[in-house]
Ligand binder design. Sequence first.
Ligand SMILES: Cc1cc2nc3c(=O)[nH]c(=O)nc-3n(C[C@H](O)[C@H](O)[C@H](O)COP(=O)(O)OP(=O)(O)OC[C@H]3O[C@@H](n4cnc5c(N)ncnc54)[C@H](O)[C@@H]3O)c2cc1C
Length: 369
Amino acid sequence: MGGGLAGLIISIHLTREGVPCQVIEKRSYPFHRVCGEYISNEVVPYLKSLGAYPEELQPASIRKFQLTSVNGKSAALALDLGGFGISRYQFDYFLFQRAKQLGVEFLLDTEVETVSFANDCFTIHTNQEIQEADVVIGSFGKRSKLDIQLQRSFIQQRSPYVGVKYHILLKGFPDDLIALHNFQDGYCGISRVEGNIVNLCYLTHRDNVRTHGNLRAMEEAVLFRNPFLKNIFEDAEFLFTKPETINEISFETKAPVERNLLMAGDAAGMITPLCGNGMAIAIHSAKILSEHVLRFCRDSHYSRQQLEKDYSKTWNQHFARRLWAGRQIQRLFGDVWTSNAAVNLARYARPAANFLMKQTHGAPFDIIR
Ligand SMILES: Cc1cc2nc3c(=O)[nH]c(=O)nc-3n(C[C@H](O)[C@H](O)[C@H](O)COP(=O)(O)OP(=O)(O)OC[C@H]3O[C@@H](n4cnc5c(N)ncnc54)[C@H](O)[C@@H]3O)c2cc1C
């Protein structure tokens, strides 16, 4: 349920191993999503082994990091592992085509309304039809109507975060840089994707938008106080007629298994975007979940109960600490004093800054043969 990165990768992994798979996605590819579009290189070996690394789309290779504070102090760091930049419009479409070539079945423009489990079988109601399945995976992202149906605890509280994305042309912006610019109550990432397009994506508090009435007014009143952001907005050519936006982004803890459903990607837990790691975690959780599901399909002695227990444990071992660290580090952002402290840390206490960054990053991983 959900054909974002996690759902697409699981469908590719399982189908390559001979397990038939169907993806139900409420939208139709290609489409834009709110995302910084910087992917940590930790996923590269695994994507290559699935034949799913988008080499032909010529992603940007990103090696350097710049951090600026609310009032424009700046620090530079090298990224030890680095990453690549590619738009979700291209990347998700590339993965969709790859999955289709392998024989994955897609139900597009189809929204799952409810899912239930009884007598060792799932029943899925979509806006089109009713389906049954032995294994159902929740890869429906950060927030879905299914979270309400499943009465997940995080959905009971409102979340104040708003995400905004533009694609821009920006002369002179380095190919290999990801910059993270702070502003009052938010931060903005800028990095290159394929071609000469630059992604500009920010996260802020909904009160920031409310106070100023609309995004443009807020950008001028708040983001422009950081001189780096003012220059970027004034020099950029904006490629969208209006930005992509999302609201109610929650970083609360979720469970990787809920009512027998196995969750992957943001549906299992979302890391704060400043870490630039949500997509890597979505892909890594897809790999781990695929391996558990394969064992369940192949080994008749491996029970559903054991599958759920093992997957929960493995997910927590790999990701719970990273998500927690991301929430703590986010507190250093979006405020004059703390963002200056973060810049000073990056300038004068480089080992400590590198240590903090490493807490949210994983090591490269590959398929288990
Ligand atoms: C502002 C912001 C900036 C970010 N920047 C970065 C970054 O630079 N680098 C990074 O690694 N990560 C970043 N992330 C995080 C990253 O975007 C996510 O972690 C990643 O997209 C998770 O993938 P996913 O497959 O779990 O979910 P998604 O990619 O969101 O896919 C979920 C899919 O499920 C579908 N769906 C939902 N409900 C239903 C339903 N009921 N029926 C059918 N389909 C359904 C949706 O249409 C969607 O296609 C950022 C996030 C935000 C908010």
